[in-house]
Ligand binder design. Structure first.
Ligand SMILES: Cc1cc2nc3c(=O)[nH]c(=O)nc-3n(C[C@H](O)[C@H](O)[C@H](O)COP(=O)(O)OP(=O)(O)OC[C@H]3O[C@@H](n4cnc5c(N)ncnc54)[C@H](O)[C@@H]3O)c2cc1C
Length: 574
């Protein structure tokens, strides 16, 4: 049948996060004519909110550092962690193609900086890594995008940058800036040498009428650079483009109907259509359908990631991957109102590991080692809740010393007066002179909380958490306070007043997704590939059986499978 096409492309990619852009850039570089589609008016998706960390064992950075880590070791780790939860051929594709992806993108101008001491999330398992697997995107000069594209790039999480999202800072810089609050006079010089150049550059950007700082880091840097390289090679992107239908020629996907600038357009996709629309973290319906109960009510993911592509894939025989108990990888997040009244969902990534804070359930009892990974923490919330003690939300409880030194959630260290009052007035933070009074205010068993803190304080002074071993996993000390002794994660709660903050389960990425094979092709229930249809990133079933091996495995999956798909589609074209 002769089709009438309005537009003619080799590959059409839905979604502009790490997964979509990795696919689009690879395919363009391999000689395909690519159309990148974004449903919203901003590109970059949840990846722009992320740290952009990418988990790739065995890359050139490991070799260059001369450390003993290789793919065989990573395979041992994943065998232990994933076991029969996820198909080995999928995560072996991740492992073997990961280092190749890094080399390939290096050649395209997309580079990384390894974290030399970032410990994997299950250091107790054989084969776990102690550094160089988690990679940070190299900072990017945002001015290269030009003013129009710059203004269409999704910004960072406002609370993860300075001045409400204006000035982005790297993790390393945050640690230095926090010396401002730790009373270490000598280290103040470090604060100045970090803050002054950042501030001067930001002010210069504002003077030249850029809407925010143009020095991009983390997820913003990754997306800006991927898009810049894609566009430089002739790639094309449509914003506000919504795909209503996949078109097939018998069994094979050959194009799509896309609503763009008010018109439905039949877009030909000679080598196929790629679904990379970021999963369903922002869809209340799909969260209720696929996630652990009680289903998450909030998310810090992009509000446009609503799982639209699932029904597109299902319309041509695609299927959602197997069920697992969680359906997502998790952040515990607090939810509060900013000064302008907008709602903010704040993922607690680091602050749980600082001394002087515990997490408790409705019985006022601790339920886990608070300093372990965010995914670990939320799973423990669910386990405690399912065991019959209300733990959703759970409560972070801290003393005054902790609040002044480290802050909590969206509250900066040393917040006093109106800065603190806003959070108390809006209910984000609860305060009381006694633990008993605090427990009553938050609906937690008062005697339980008092006894928990009494017992915890004895352990904290001795430097050994007899209940959950806080600070004893190799993972935990990296986010503790290095000056705190005898245990960098463990400090008593003894200085009134006391504070509490509710945390809720929120998907950092949904894990249920479209079933794919190791070349990224969507598959039917019987495992056969659907020609011309691919999925990757959070749109695809998580490759590690919805386990979380190490920081960066979601951006990693998007980057690696995007690279695999881009090359696969180009080979088919050839
Ligand atoms: C605060 C935060 C920090 C995180 N940090 C990390 C980290 O450092 N490392 C890590 O590995 N993971 C991290 N994650 C998770 C990670 O960011 C995501 O899993 C990952 O970025 C998803 O990438 P993606 O390309 O699949 O989707 P996204 O980056 O979400 O991009 C999907 C895009 O598709 C668009 N879209 C949606 N529907 C359609 C449609 N129908 N047509 C066209 N476009 C559509 C969306 O608007 C969006 O722009 C973090 C998550 C959060 C919330």
């Amino acid at each position: 049948m002769t089709e009438q096409w309005d537009e003619d492309y080799d590959l059409v990619v839905l979604g502009t996060g790490a997964a979509g852009l990795s696919t689009a850039l690879t395919a363009t570089n391999e000689g395909l004519k690519v159309l990148l589609l974004e449903k919203g008016d901003l590109f970059g998706g949840t990846t722009c909110y992320s740290a952009g960390t990418c988990w790739v064992p065995g890359s050139r950075y490991v070799r260059e550092a001369g450390i003993a880590d290789d793919l065989a070791k990573a395979e041992t780790y994943l065998d232990a962690l994933v076991a029969d939860r996820g198909p080995k051929d999928m995560w072996m594709a991740y492992l073997t193609e990961g280092p190749k992806m890094i080399d390939y993108f290096e050649g395209l101008g997309v580079r990384w900086i390894p974290f030399p001491a970032f410990v994997d999330y299950y250091p107790e398992l054989e084969g776990s890594g102690r550094g160089y697997r988690a990679l940070e995107p190299e900072p990017f000069e945002g001015k290269k995008l030009g003013r129009v594209d710059f203004s269409h790039l999704r910004g960072p999480v406002p609370e993860f940058a300075l001045f409400g999202g204006q000035l982005m800072v790297r993790r390393k810089e945050v640690s230095k800036l926090l010396h401002l609050f730790d009373g270490q006079g000598l280290q103040r010089a470090e604060v100045a040498t970090t803050a002054v150049p950042l501030g001067v550059r930001w002010l210069a950007d504002l003077a030249r009428r850029w809407p925010r700082g143009t020095r991009m880091v983390m997820g913003n840097a990754l997306i800006a650079n991927l898009y810049y390289q894609f566009k430089t090679r002739g790639g094309r992107m449509w914003l506000n483009a919504y795909t209503t239908e996949l078109l097939t020629d018998g069994e094979r996907v050959t194009g799509a109907v896309v609503e763009y600038q008010g018109l439905p357009r039949r877009v030909r996709a000679r080598q196929g259509v790629v679904l990379a629309a970021g999963g369903f973290p922002a869809s209340p319906e799909l969260r209720n359908k696929y996630l652990r109960r009680p289903a998450a009510q909030y998310t810090r993911a992009a509000d446009t990631c609503t799982g639209d592509t699932f029904s597109l894939a299902e319309s041509v025989g695609g299927t959602v991957g197997p069920e697992d108990e969680n359906g997502a990888l998790w952040f515990p997040s607090s939810v509060g109102y900013r000064a302008d009244g907008s709602i903010a969902v704040f993922p607690h990534i680091w602050d749980r590991a600082k001394p002087g804070m515990i997490a408790v359930n409705g019985a006022g009892k601790r339920f886990t080692d608070e300093a372990r990974s965010y995914n670990h923490f939320v799973r423990a919330m669910y386990e405690s809740h399912e065991a019959g003690v209300p733990t959703i939300p759970a409560w972070l409880v801290a003393d005054h010393d902790h609040m002044m030194k480290y802050g909590l959630g969206m509250i900066y260290p040393a917040s006093v007066g109106p800065l603190m009052q806003h959070w108390l007035d809006t209910g984000y933070l609860v305060k009381d002179a006694t633990l008993r009074g605090l427990a009553t205010k938050i609906g937690v068993d008062p005697a339980g909380l008092e006894e928990t803190v009494r017992r915890y304080n004895v352990d904290a002074r001795a430097g050994h958490d007899t209940e959950f071993g806080k600070g004893e996993s190799e993972y935990s000390p990296q986010y503790g306070d290095p000056r705190h002794t005898p245990n960098v994660n463990l400090g008593p709660l003894e200085q009134a007043p006391y504070y509490a903050m509710a945390v809720h389960p929120t998907p950092l990425s949904t894990g249920r997704g479209l079933a794919i094979n190791p070349t990224g092709q969507c598959v039917r229930d019987d495992g056969s590939a659907i020609e011309g249809l691919y999925a990757c990133g959070s749109d695809a079933q998580q490759v590690f059986g919805v386990q979380y091996p190490g920081g960066g495995c979601q951006v990693g999956a998007g980057m690696i499978f995007g690279y695999i798909i881009g090359r696969h589609a180009a080979r088919r074209g050839a």
